[in-house]
Design a binder for this molecule. Structure first.
Ligand code: EPU
Length: 419
């Protein structure tokens, strides 16, 4: 367990470069299990969630070499026995290992991934899709067992998701990549990270077409080994953009894909925040009178749930009353109680709705990072406050932001890590 001691610092300046997308890189590491051989991934951030997914696979025989942000993965000795229950419980996205491991090895035992701090997070949609694909799923109090006999199921299959799920869509994509029958996903997630995984799989030789929210996949067993460059992390980019506005800073955020930040930048415009975009760079200008704004999270291309908590702290500094509606997860507003400890004026009205009245000055406090995005939110709040703060569980922030204190130090932030 580590903590951050933060000295308030507004007027940050300079440039911060966004690294590769966590939620794309994890799925490509899972995709490497489809091949017998080597996968090379460029632009992979060195963060805890990536380290954990690799640790799970190392226990199944995967070998890897990391040089900077380049990851060379070898899966020749891979098997699918005994996924580590501690690690699977610590990183819920490990559920995406089921698709590729199952199709390659025929059986996977997945320890219960459990709940987490942002909501109950069931895996019923994954199970429904696998059963439709001919997988036999059983469950005891410790794990789910998935069994699949390849080459028996030859008819095309159509999966209709009643609800959009990022990892359930990706699990089917990964599973289907070694199937020769055509598999269609209706009501699929089309987040940029899903599209990046599709581009990776296409490079490996899988035929995939995307039409609105319908994805059609025709795979094969002779996939080509791939070298692939992961897209920049839109949530990391958005976090820095919100940091810049909240701390009244001028910041250059480089290595972004502007299209991926469209919903955030639309909100910025409504709030009277000044910014400029040039190719792969976002310049945030100093904005004084920021207007309140209502935020409703939604699946891409809607406003991302992962930027809802950082947006919450920015809204404490806006003029007027803002409403937050969290439509994706049912427990993602608790961080507001931490902000209230710092002097914010917010009310959680239901598990999915809150109001924020601003602007209120924030003062330093002893606060706790409840999960990855809530942790990043408190870091922004602590830098904006008028006295020092202490954030417990800094390791939650390390799950998704590489060496955050060093990288923010380069733009003027004063953050000390205490182990
Ligand atoms: N859901 C079900 N049943 C399922 C799967 C999902 O009811 O079987 C529900 C969830 O409970 C939630 C909704 O469907 O209410 C959407 O969940 P989804 O499955 O899309 O989320 P996820 O795939 O588990 C990914 C990201 C999250 C991100 C969400 C939404 C990864 C590893 N994680 O989660 O990222 O918030 O999509 O965009 O890709 C983060 O990076 O901090 C993070 C939490």
């Amino acid at each position: 367990m580590s903590k951050f001691i933060i000295t308030p610092t507004t007027n940050l300046s300079g440039e911060i470069c966004v690294l590769g997308a966590k939620n794309a890189a994890i799925k490509m590491i899972a995709a490497s299990c489809l091949f017998d051989g080597e996968t090379i991934l460029e632009n992979v951030p060195d963060i805890i969630d990536i380290q954990k997914i690799i640790q799970i696979l190392e226990k199944l025989g995967l070998k890897f070499v990391r040089r900077g942000h380049r990851l060379q993965i070898n899966t020749t000795k891979l098997h699918s026995d005994n996924l580590d229950s501690g690690l699977v419980g610590a990183i819920r996205s490990s559920v995406v290992l089921v698709g590729p491991l199952l199709n390659r090895f025929g059986v996977v035992k997945l320890p219960h991934p459990g709940g987490c701090n942002i909501g109950s997070r069931p895996i019923d949609l994954h199970i429904m899709a696998f059963e439709k694909l001919g997988v036999v799923v059983t469950e005891n109090n410790r794990y789910y067992t998935f069994k699949y006999e390849p080459d028996v199921h030859l008819q095309p299959v159509e999966i209709n998701f009643p609800k959009i799920s990022v990892t359930a869509t990706e699990n089917v994509l990964l599973f289907a990549s070694r199937e020769e029958r055509t598999i269609t996903i209706n009501n699929a997630a089309i987040e940029p990270e899903v599209i990046d995984l599709i581009n990776f799989l296409k490079k490996a030789g899988v035929k995939i077409s995307v039409n609105d929210r319908q994805i059609k996949i025709t795979g094969n067993k002779n996939l080509k080994n791939v070298t692939y460059n992961v897209i920049p992390d839109r949530i990391e980019a958005g976090t820095y953009a919100i940091l810049a506005v909240t701390t009244k800073s001028e910041l250059k955020i480089s290595n972004i894909i502007p299209e991926h930040l469209k919903s955030l930048l639309e909100i910025f415009s409504k709030m009277n925040i000044e910014f400029e975009i040039a190719k792969d760079t976002l310049y945030i200008k100093k904005s004084d009178k920021i207007r309140a704004c209502d935020i409703k999270t939604a699946e891409y291309p809607g406003f991302p749930t992962d930027l809802q908590p950082p947006m919450g702290v920015l809204l404490t500094q806006a003029q007027g009353k803002s409403m937050i509606t969290e439509n994706i997860f049912n427990n993602r507003l608790d961080y507001l109680n931490q902000l209230n400890k710092m002097g914010a004026n917010t009310n959680i009205l239901t598990p999915n709705n809150a109001e924020i009245i601003g602007p209120t000055p924030l003062s330093g406090a002893k606060i706790e990072s409840l999960d990855l995005r809530a942790g990043a939110t408190l870091l922004i709040a602590a830098l904006t406050a008028n006295s020092p703060s202490e954030i417990k569980h800094a390791e939650n922030i390390d799950r998704g932001y590489e060496k955050i204190e060093e990288r923010l130090a380069n733009i003027g932030a004063k953050i000390k890590r205490v182990l």
